[in-house]
Design a binder for this molecule. Structure first.
Ligand code: EPS
Length: 392
């Protein structure tokens, strides 16, 4: 399975093509739209989300709600394009009138300056920011929705939520209350900050409100968990086959993500080996299993069969209403950076995007190992494999 996205933030459409999804998977636009709505709704988003109601059109690869095995093409219209149709017009040459809203004062922390240098976009850094905008993540969530449907057909569930926004952290001890991700999902999706408790939600909303009053932005941390993942996805044999490494890349590849950890993560650095390794047990019902999950479901770049636990760190959005020191790329004079409309925080959306990226990497790993032509054959193979390792 592979995919590619295209689209500029204020261009006409966002698009994606996915190749390698087996035939026979039921998928509808409603399935995808449900995930797109989750990405849009979250505390701290800005005015753009009021303009957009992200809805997908399935252009190919699905017939009568079932995948054909051919490439699946998806698109999502940018409603805001109506306000930008001249500025983003692909067909007419640049004129004074359609080159308004030029960006010449790069924002520290954004791709503006280096992207301009790299692609020689000297006339207008908008040529950089339109694609580097996190608007593109709408398509990663759409692709992730397809991946999640495939995983659900194999009894694998994936869920992302918010563990921290600025100084407000969620109470992770609450996690032990939930036996399934479905139970956890019902809770975290009920809070506007997509976190674990009403108290955490209130504290996080207060941080966001305060940040907005200060005309600043704030980052945070998100956690993704996956259950039902069989042991042995990924491989130890080569560095680029390690599935935790692929997931790490996918997480840090999300706009504004600057770090990733698995299980106990960076805190493991202060532990002794005897405190940390997940001891091995066996029962006739479960086969091999672990007494704990400090390593987040991975050993040797392979899934252990325990829950996958991944966290990603999201930096604050670099577009500030109180812009920082920058330099005009035309005059080389000191100036405040350009301001664009922006969000106070996108951490609530980031949890949904990280969930999509983990789902995509898990789906790819499954399709690397098993049949990719037909869903029913894939299901047969995965269930035979589960039986085999249970009796190892
Ligand atoms: C973004 C800037 C804002 C966000 C956008 C990401 O867009 P605009 O400049 O149009 O206000 O709203 O995110 C989305 C549009 C989205 O759908 O998530 C940026 O610079 O990254």
């Amino acid at each position: 399975m592979r995919y590619m996205t295209a689209g500029e933030s204020h261009g006409p459409e966002e698009v994606a093509i996915i190749e390698g999804i087996p035939a026979g998977l039921t998928i509808t636009a409603a399935d995808i739209n449900e995930q797109l709505a989750r990405r849009q709704h979250g505390y701290g988003r800005g005015q753009r989300q009021v303009i957009e109601t992200d809805t997908v059109t399935i252009m190919s690869g699905v017939r009568h709600q079932v995948t054909l095995g051919s490439p699946i093409a998806l698109n999502v219209h940018n409603d805001d394009h109506n306000h930008w149709s001249k500025i983003m017009d692909p067909n007419s040459p640049a004129t004074v009138e359609n080159s308004m809203r030029k960006v010449l004062r790069p924002r520290p922390g954004h791709a503006d300056l280096v992207g301009g240098m790299k692609y020689r976009h000297q006339a207008d850094l908008r040529n950089v920011l339109e694609r580097s905008s996190a608007r593109e993540t709408v398509m990663r969530v759409a692709v992730g929705a397809v991946a999640k449907k495939l995983l659900a057909a194999l009894d694998i569930d994936v869920h992302g939520f918010v563990t921290n926004i600025g100084p407000a952290s969620s109470d992770l001890t609450q996690l032990t209350k939930y036996k399934t991700l479905a139970e956890l999902r019902a809770i975290t999706e009920s809070y506007p900050t997509r976190t674990l408790t009403a108290t955490d939600d209130e504290a996080m909303r207060e941080v966001i409100d305060q940040t907005k009053r200060q005309r600043d932005t704030v980052g945070g941390t998100v956690q993704v968990m996956a259950t039902g993942v069989p042991a042995g996805l990924g491989s130890y044999v080569s560095a680029d086959e390690k599935l935790d490494a692929k997931i790490a890349r996918a997480i840090v590849g999300i706009n504004a993500f600057k770090g990733v950890e698995f299980g106990g993560g960076f805190a493991n650095a202060t532990k002794y080996g005897s405190e940390l390794m997940d001891e091995i047990y066996w029962s006739a019902e479960r086969g091999f299993y672990r007494g704990a999950n400090h390593l987040g479901g991975f050993e040797g770049g392979m899934t252990t069969g325990e829950m996958i636990v991944v966290r990603g760190v999201v930096k604050p959005i670099p577009t500030l209403y109180q812009p920082m020191q920058s330099v005009d790329i035309d005059t080389h004079e000191n100036h405040r950076a350009s301001t664009e409309r922006s969000d106070t925080t996108a951490v609530t959306a980031a949890a949904v995007i990280a969930e999509a990226m983990v789902a995509i990497e898990l789906a790819k790993a499954i399709l690397d190992k098993f049949d990719t032509d037909s869903l029913s054959r894939l299901q047969e193979q995965v269930s035979a494999y589960r039986e085999e390792i249970k009796h190892f």
